[in-house]
Design a protein around this ligand. Structure first.
Ligand SMILES: Cc1ncc(COP(=O)(O)O)c(C=O)c1O
Length: 413
């Protein structure tokens, strides 16, 4: 008899048995919703898609112009170098100095990745193995768990919504777990809960890392998208951070270059080298015109990034104002591209997955169920502010009509 993880092909007599590391992956809870979203679209429904932090706006024209110019140059079509061209790594180093006062050696402390998710996953593969344990923030961004599982490591997820308590629980785990955790993953501003921290959080984390001997990976995907004057601190700006860890940044969010797949791993030279080594076997680096355009983006597009962040703040307000009007509760995020909203009564009982299916099926609005981010996410929905304010207001009206017999927002609006 075939097991569930063996993949049957209808007219193929053979059984494809997948590796143990694939069998260990937790179920992918967004699958059902993605399938329904696809079916709705095929049926011609105009789904308002707040499901994914996938920017809908294009990058700054200067970036596209540079890409076009680089494409026309015949020498840019060969394999590139897997750790990224030197001038791009230098630009990343210059940006860290300018923005966070952090000195990085572009040759040994910076590596370019095919999006930060690729880099993060391969770094886990370089660091983790059977018997190793990683602490991940919960509710969790799925790849934080999957990458460790794929590397055959064990995961302990700790609630990160109260950062001080998160630190206390990290210390408690280090004291009582044998063998001690090898790796602690942090991600602030946090996806999905939007929790943020101050620099002192990282100072304390570095001190714990040194005391208990764990490594740190900071996933800093939302470094550029901060609101109300808040500036997200970099883990690397804490004294001694480079002794214990690295940080991932990305051009997917602030630069609206998600499809371009440009990310960076920076910090501890040994960890950067471990990632570069694995990448050296697996890939030939990013398409060179992309890297050249990324240099221009990092060098000249600070104002565009600020504009993008300001636009997300306007959208945050439009969505939060609307949801509050229909009786939902949430904290206004200080960063990220998401609103993390508590499911109001009586809908919480239904569970976030079924409610998300209902909102999509009957309301035409796609959101992410909190349960998709682990048990700790149940009771919440994550709404990505990737559509414009008009569409966000429309989404609230559709949610209102889908859930409330007597809608709270009048027909006339
Ligand atoms: C926390 C977090 N890390 C990493 C990523 C992936 O970024 P990239 O596009 O650089 O792979 C995302 C994207 O949604 C994210 O939310």
């Amino acid at each position: 008899m075939r097991s569930e993880s063996e993949v049957p092909f209808s007219d193929n007599p053979f059984t494809i048995s997948v590796a143990e590391r694939v069998k260990r992956l937790p179920p992918y809870l967004f699958g059902k919703i993605n399938k329904l979203k696809y079916e709705k679209r095929v049926a011609g429904v105009d789904v308002i898609d707040l499901g994914m932090g996938n920017p809908t706006d294009p990058p700054d024209p200067l970036i596209i112009e540079k890409m076009t110019e680089a494409l026309a140059d015949p020498k840019n079509h060969r394999y590139s170098v897997s750790n990224g061209i030197a001038n791009l790594r230098k630009e990343v180093s210059a940006r860290y100095m300018k923005k966070y006062g952090v000195q990085l050696d572009a040759d040994t402390e910076v590596v370019t990745c095919i999006g930060s998710k690729e880099g993060f996953s391969h770094l886990c593969l370089a660091l983790m193995g059977p018997g190793d344990t990683a602490i991940v923030p919960a509710p969790y961004f799925p790849i934080h768990v999957y990458a460790v599982a794929l590397a055959s490591g064990n995961v302990i997820s700790l609630d990160c919504r109260d950062p001080q308590q998160f630190l206390t629980n990290i210390e408690y785990t280090c004291k009582h777990q044998y063998p001690k955790p090898k790796l602690v993953i942090v991600n602030f501003p946090h996806n999905p809960t939007t929790t943020v921290v101050e620099q002192s959080f990282y100072d304390d984390l570095v001190a714990l890392a040194k005391k208990y001997g764990f490594l740190v990976i900071s996933d800093f995907a939302y470094s550029d998208i901060c609101f109300d004057g808040y500036q997200a601190p970099s883990f690397l700006a804490s004294e001694g951070a480079k002794d214990v860890g690295v940080e991932f940044t990305t051009m997917s969010k602030g630069y609206s270059m998600a499809g371009w797949r440009v990310g960076f791993c920076t910090g501890n030279a040994e960890m950067v080298r471990a990632l570069s080594t694995i990448k050296g076997y697996y890939d030939y680096g990013l398409f060179q015109p992309t890297q050249i355009a990324a240099i221009v983006a990092l060098r000249h597009c600070d104002a565009a990034v600020e504009k993008v962040s300001a636009e997300y703040q306007v959208r945050r307000d439009a969505l939060c104002d609307g949801l509050e009007r229909i009786g939902w509760e949430m904290e206004r995020p200080k960063g990220t591209m998401f609103v993390w909203a508590k499911i109001p009564e009586p809908w919480a009982e239904m569970g976030s997955i079924d409610l998300s299916m209902k909102l999509l099926d009957e309301g035409g609005v796609a959101v992410s169920p909190g349960r998709g981010f682990g048990e700790e996410g149940e009771g919440y929905l994550r709404l990505a502010i990737v559509e414009n304010t008009q569409r966000l207001r429309q989404a609230v009206r559709q949610i209102d009509r889908c859930l409330n017999k007597t809608p709270m927002i009048p027909e006339s609006e």
